[in-house]
Unconditional design. Structure first.
Lengths: 114, 112
């Protein structure tokens, strides 16, 4: 049981380039989330999804887009990367039966924008 | 949206009991309190969750007073491997993004 898998684990981009981060979960969870974590900071919610085909904005959505075409996958896109988006990105998922089920996190994607 | 406040850092020694308190004055009736642990270069990991009174599992205990405006995570007999950042979240029921804000957490350092 892999849980939550994020790819890639590391990536370096140049300003203006685009890329997509992939999150996959094998727990049949309805809810999925994307966070970013900057040095010495907590996690801030970028976007989240409450089910296949749905997305919603979190605390810091600007500069990012997401898609949830399949229940098990949640994609985070950067259309035109900026140095301010250098961060560690974490994906998480949680069960839908009870909103208070804990989140399960991946190990992160470390993204540097030059 | 209940905001949480917890100490930035704490130090302790191996074998001691560590208590980390989180304040959440605006907690709503349907909100739960959840604690996560994060090691460097890893995602947060669920430790314990509670609604009121006391909850205990194999890792920790969570104490919540009757007014629910604070909660205390208790780690018994800590070891060096308990050095990590601990986050307190107050999550609303019913979906949405309520409570999905991780503050800076408490950086717990365990010394030999």
């Amino acid at each position: 049981n892999a849980g939550v898998t994020q790819t890639p684990k590391f990536r370096v981009l140049k300003t203006g380039q685009s890329m997509t981060l992939l999150c996959a979960q094998d727990m049949n969870h309805e809810y999925m989330y994307w966070y970013r974590q900057d040095p010495g900071m907590g996690l801030r919610l970028i976007h989240y999804s409450v089910g296949e085909g749905t997305t919603a904005k979190g605390e810091v959505p600007d500069g990012y887009n997401v898609s949830r075409l399949k229940k098990q996958n949640f994609l985070l896109g950067l259309e035109s990367a900026a140095p301010s988006q250098t961060s560690v990105y974490f994906c998480a998922s949680s069960d839908d039966r009870d909103r208070n089920q804990p989140q399960h996190f991946g190990d992160g994607t470390r993204l540097s924008i030059l | 949206l209940a905001k949480t406040t917890q100490p930035i850092s704490m130090d302790s020694y191996e074998g001691q009991e560590v208590n980390i308190t989180c304040s959440h004055n605006n907690i709503a009736t349907n909100d739960y309190i959840t604690w996560y642990q994060q090691f460097p270069s890893q995602g947060p990991r669920f430790i314990i969750q509670g609604y009121k009174t006391k909850v205990t599992n194999e890792v920790a205990s969570l104490f919540i007073p009757a007014d629910r405006k604070s909660s205390t995570l208790s780690l018994p007999r800590v070891s060096l491997s308990d050095t990590a950042v601990y986050y307190c979240l107050v999550e609303g029921s019913g979906g949405g993004a309520d409570g999905l804000t991780f503050g800076k957490g408490t950086h717990l350092i365990i010394q030999p």
